[in-house]
Design a protein. Structure first.
Length: 393
C-alpha cells in the first residue's frame, strides 16, 4: 500500500495573510483601530473574540457584572475558573490570549456612570452589546453629542438584530423607538431605583448561535466602517433564526428627535481635569463663547435624597448608578428615599467651587457650556494621559 499523499503546509504565511489577500483589506487600519465595546456578555464575548482574531489594535471593554456559571453556555472567552470575577477582565484576558498583539483595557463599571465621555471621543467606533433600553439611550446620546458612530446588537432566543447609527447624518437609536418602547422606558424610570435595578437584572434567554450570528454582523460592520466602506449606518439587519430568514431595514430620521443637529465643537483642554474647580472651567468656556449661561453635565447627578415618609433629606453628590441600597434607605425611618437630580450648573451657583470629581462625575469627562443657542464641549483632557496609561493588558 502506498503512503498517503502528503499535503504541504506553508509555514511562512503571516498571521493575517488570508485577510490581507482581500483586495480592499488594510491590516494596518485594524492594527491602529480604537474600539469601545460596551457589554461583555454573550454578544460582547463574540464581538471581542472576532475583533481579536481580526487583529484589532486597541480595545476598551466595559461591563459592570461578574461571571456566573450560567454564562458558560454562550460566552466563548469565559472559563469555570472565572466564576465570580468581573466579566470585563475575563473577556479582556481571553482576547489577549487569542491575539497577544492586542492592547485591551477592561473597565469594570457602568457605562453611564463610570466611563468618561472622553472614552467615546477616543474611540473611532463604538460597538454595543447591552441588553436594556436605558444603556442604549445613554450610548446613543454620548455618540450623538460627540459625533461617533455606533453599532448596536440585540438578541432573544433564536432572533436578533444589528443596527448602525451615525447621528446627525443618519437615524439614531431614539429614532427607532416606538411609543411602546418609550412607554416601557418611562414606566421603568418612574419606578423606585431599587425596582429599576431588579428589572434590569432579569436575563434575556438566548443561544450562543444567535449571539454568534448577530455579533458577526456587528463586527463586520465595524470593519467595513474602519475601511471607509459603505456600512449599516441608519439601517438594521434583522435575523429570524426560526426559519433562517433575514432582511435589512432603513430607519427614517424622526423630525422631533433631538440628536440631529451638528454636535457642539469640542475643546480638548489638557490643563483641565476632573480635579479642576468648575469655576475655572466656567471661565475658560466663557472666554471662548463671549459669556456663559450655564454648564450642562450630560448625566444625572443626584443632588439630594428625600424621604417622603419622615420628610428628612440628605445632600449627596453621586450618580444614581453609584448609590448603594444602604444609601437609598432613610437612616431615620428605613423607607426608600427619592432622588433629586442636578443636570446643569448656572451662573452664581455655589457648586462652581467644586470639581467634576466632587460632583460624582468620572475621570476624562466632557461638560457642555452654553450661551444662548451656542454650545461648546469642554473635554477635561487633563485626565487623558492617566486613563490611557492605566489598566491595559
Amino acid at each position: 500500500m502506498s503512503p498517503p499523499e502528503q499535503i504541504p503546509i506553508n509555514l511562512s504565511e503571516g498571521r493575517f495573510s488570508r485577510l490581507e489577500a482581500i483586495e480592499w483589506w488594510d491590516q494596518s487600519r485594524l492594527g491602529a483601530a480604537r474600539i469601545l465595546v460596551v457589554g461583555a456578555g454573550a454578544l460582547g464575548n463574540e464581538i471581542i473574540k472576532n475583533l481579536a482574531l481580526l487583529g484589532a489594535g486597541h480595545l476598551v471593554v466595559v461591563d459592570m457584572d461578574r461571571m456566573e456559571l450560567s454564562n458558560l453556555s454562550r460566552s466563548v472567552l469565559f472559563r469555570e475558573s472565572d466564576a465570580g470575577l468581573p466579566k470585563a477582565e475575563c473577556a479582556a484576558r481571553g482576547a489577549k490570549s487569542l491575539y497577544p498583539g492586542i492592547r485591551v483595557r477592561p473597565i469594570v463599571g457602568n457605562i453611564s456612570a463610570d466611563v468618561g465621555f472622553g472614552w467615546f471621543r477616543w474611540a473611532q467606533v463604538v460597538v454595543s452589546a447591552v441588553d436594556n433600553r436605558e444603556a442604549r439611550v445613554f450610548v446613543n446620546s454620548a455618540c450623538a453629542r460627540l459625533g461617533r458612530p455606533w453599532i448596536d446588537g440585540g438578541i432573544e432566543v433564536l432572533n436578533g438584530i444589528a443596527r448602525g447609527f451615525a447621528p446627525p447624518a443618519t437615524a439614531c437609536y431614539e429614532c427607532t423607538m416606538s411609543e411602546l418602547d418609550w412607554d416601557l422606558l418611562n414606566r421603568r424610570r418612574s419606578c423606585s431605583l431599587l425596582a429599576q435595578r431588579a428589572m434590569m437584572q432579569r436575563g434575556t434567554p438566548t443561544t450562543p448561535t444567535t449571539a454568534s450570528v448577530v455579533a458577526g454582523i456587528q463586527t463586520q460592520e465595524a470593519v467595513k466602517f474602519l475601511h471607509g466602506r459603505e456600512s449599516l449606518m441608519g439601517k438594521g439587519f434583522v435575523f429570524e433564526g426560526d426559519r433562517h430568514t433575514s432582511y435589512t431595514v432603513a430607519y427614517p430620521l424622526k423630525p422631533d428627535c433631538p440628536w440631529h443637529d451638528s454636535p457642539a465643537p469640542v475643546v480638548a483642554a489638557r490643563d483641565l481635569s476632573s480635579e479642576t474647580p468648575l469655576e475655572v472651567i466656567w471661565k475658560r468656556a466663557a472666554e471662548n463663547l463671549g459669556g456663559l449661561d450655564g454648564i450642562d453635565l450630560g448625566r444625572e447627578v443626584v443632588e439630594e435624597l428625600e424621604c417622603a415618609s419622615c420628610h428628612s433629606s440628605q445632600q449627596v453628590w453621586k450618580l444614581a448608578e453609584k448609590l448603594s441600597e444602604t444609601e437609598l434607605a432613610c437612616s431615620t425611618c428605613g423607607a426608600e428615599r427619592s432622588l433629586k437630580f442636578l443636570h446643569s450648573i448656572l451662573l452664581g451657583s455655589a457648586l462652581l467651587k467644586l470639581t467634576a470629581r466632587q460632583l460624582g462625575l468620572p475621570a476624562w469627562d466632557v461638560l457642555w457650556a452654553r450661551r444662548g443657542d451656542r454650545q461648546l464641549a469642554m473635554e477635561l483632557a487633563g485626565d487623558e494621559a492617566r486613563c490611557l496609561a492605566d489598566g491595559w493588558l
